[in-house]
Design a protein around this ligand. Structure first.
Ligand SMILES: C[C@@]1(CC(=O)O)C2=NC(=C\c3[nH]c(c(CCC(=O)O)c3CC(=O)O)Cc3[nH]c(c(CC(=O)O)c3CCC(=O)O)/C=C3\N/C(=C\2)[C@@H](CCC(=O)O)[C@]3(C)CC(=O)O)/[C@H]1CCC(=O)O
Ligand SMILES: NC(=O)c1ccc[n+]([C@@H]2O[C@H](COP(=O)([O-])OP(=O)(O)OC[C@H]3O[C@@H](n4cnc5c(N)ncnc54)[C@H](O)[C@@H]3O)[C@@H](O)[C@H]2O)c1
Length: 122
């Protein structure tokens, strides 16, 4: 089934990104632009992501909890990303899995932004 396009107010929404390299960085920058509060958990982290609150460690079960509104699984370990997706579904937290669209409960559209006019394309 195709996706319904929602426009979400991200102001002060708590977003957890698991993974700390190129893909995590792109997601973080995009969400930050729209006011989200980003938190990073990753075993390694690139320099640009160090401007966000971060923890350098593996993800653990208690990380997947209702203090987060959205979670992004952006590791390069397919099993870890799939496990995050499963935990998020159990906890009813929206999840984006960067290496498996079928496991996502939300996806990122391509975005065109001019002032307050936003166009999202999937
Ligand atoms: C819109 C945008 C938003 C964003 O993330 O910024 C976006 N991908 C963008 C960029 C981008 N994507 C990829 C590269 C690396 C290219 C390279 O280096 O080769 C780059 C970087 C680049 O192109 O610069 C590859 C890629 N993408 C996905 C997979 C996994 C898969 O398909 O299984 C793989 C293969 C990974 C691999 O095999 O390694 C999956 C998803 N990517 C989506 C969106 C969602 C689909 C939405 C839809 O189609 O409706 C979805 C399903 C999930 C999600 O991420 O939400 C942004 C467009 C920027 C623009 O043009 O405006
Ligand atoms: N959705 C998209 O638009 C898109 C675009 C490009 C790539 N990808 C996919 O995104 C994934 C990540 O790409 P990348 O280039 O950012 O990867 P990368 O390999 O450079 O980085 C992976 C990160 O995950 C961290 N990590 C691995 N296991 C972990 C764990 N158990 N707990 C915490 N952190 C862990 C690593 O420390 C590292 O920081 C790849 O699988 C790739 O296929 C998706």
């Amino acid at each position: 089934m195709s996706y319904f396009s929602l426009m979400i107010d991200l102001d002060q929404k708590q977003v957890l990104i698991i993974g700390g390299q190129k893909t995590a960085l792109r997601k973080a920058h995009q969400l930050k632009q729209f006011g989200a509060d980003i938190h990073i958990i990753s075993e390694t982290i690139c320099d640009q992501l160090r401007s966000y609150p971060y923890e350098i460690r593996s993800v653990k079960p208690s990380d997947i909890c209702s203090r987060y509104d959205l979670i992004i699984a952006a590791t390069n370990q397919r099993e870890v990303n799939a496990w995050i997706a499963q935990m998020c579904k159990q906890e009813r937290i929206l999840v984006n899995v960067v290496d498996d669209p079928a496991l996502c409960t939300f996806i990122f559209p391509a975005i065109l932004k001019q002032d307050d006019v936003i166009v999202g394309i999937s």
